[in-house]
Write a protein that binds this ligand. Structure first.
Ligand code: NAG
Length: 272
């Protein structure tokens, strides 16, 4: 809700935005639809049921149990979940706020062949995203050879759905998840299979569109600062979440940027 509330006022043309929500098939979709349309009366949106049972057998436990939730893997299946007439979508995690016009991100050029675009972080230690088992395997360790692979965060992605469907990338991601079940090749949840399939072949996006890590690390959730440079999107990836820290009366300094989009806090002032 905070993410939606942040997108609308910064958009030059909010009436052009169509929201697609992926909801667990066990959720009460009627209640979900009602809640959203009450909060955002003019919002154009669709809700798609997601078969969480289909993916749960593929999920390996990760370093943080919240990452093992089936909905975390919904992004793997977007091209199947969304209508086939859709050509492009911007995937956004729910723990973020935008402070810039969404249309700029949507217009990201994908070049002749990229399936997705995201900010890349070539200074991050790419080796650390995979286990020694992965790097010591003669076949697996060749996965990234000749690709100039860099880390990217999968919470903000511009996706060409047609190219994804044509290349059947969902199957490629699922194959890595099946391998992970047999031998542990990474420790994080849904992110490493994306790196395995796409890293080195993605279109760039300015870092301002994913100021990630504001939730802190995966173990302790310590407060983090912004990366240098301008900010169009703040992303509380990591263990700590601003709504929980604010409720616990222990906010990090940057949580102050999330607070204005907390509908529970601001709804009375919006109504008036
Ligand atoms: C990168 O990470 C790997 C594995 O965690 C570690 O062995 C290596 O020393 C790191 N490299 C640098 C430059 O920090």
């Amino acid at each position: 809700m905070a993410a939606i509330l942040s997108i609308l006022p910064h958009s030059s043309c909010p009436q052009n935005i169509l929201f697609h929500f992926i909801a667990s098939d066990t959720a009460n979709h009627h209640h979900f639809r009602y809640t959203i349309s009450r909060a955002f009366t003019a919002l154009v949106f669709q809700i798609y049921p997601y078969d969480s049972k289909a993916v749960s057998g593929l999920i390996s436990s990760s370093i943080r149990s919240a990452l093992d939730c089936p909905l975390n893997y919904a992004r793997n299946y977007l091209p199947n979940l969304l209508p086939h007439c859709l050509r492009r979508v911007v995937y956004l995690d729910s723990d973020l706020v935008l402070v810039d016009d969404m249309a700029k991100l949507t217009a990201t050029p994908l070049g002749d062949s990229s399936v997705l675009a995201a900010p890349e972080y070539c200074n991050a230690n790419f080796t650390s995203y995979f286990t020694p088992t992965f790097w010591s395997n003669p076949t697996l360790s060749l996965t990234f050879s000749g690709r100039n692979a860099c880390y990217f965060n999968t919470g903000v992605m511009v996706i060409d759905l047609q190219r994804w469907r044509a290349g059947d990338y969902t199957t490629k991601i699922v194959e890595w998840m099946e391998l992970q079940k047999r031998m542990r090749i990474y420790e994080l949840g849904s992110l490493p299979p994306f790196l395995l399939v796409f890293a080195g072949n993605i279109a760039p996006v300015d870092h301002r569109w994913n100021q990630h890590g504001l939730g802190g690390d995966n173990y302790r959730g310590l407060c983090r600062d912004l990366h240098p440079g301008p900010t169009s999107l703040l992303h509380w990836s990591g263990k700590g979440k601003p709504w929980a820290r604010i409720d616990a009366n222990r906010p990090c300094p940057l949580d102050a940027f999330w607070a204005p989009y907390d509908l529970l806090q601001t709804s009375s002032s919006l109504e008036s």
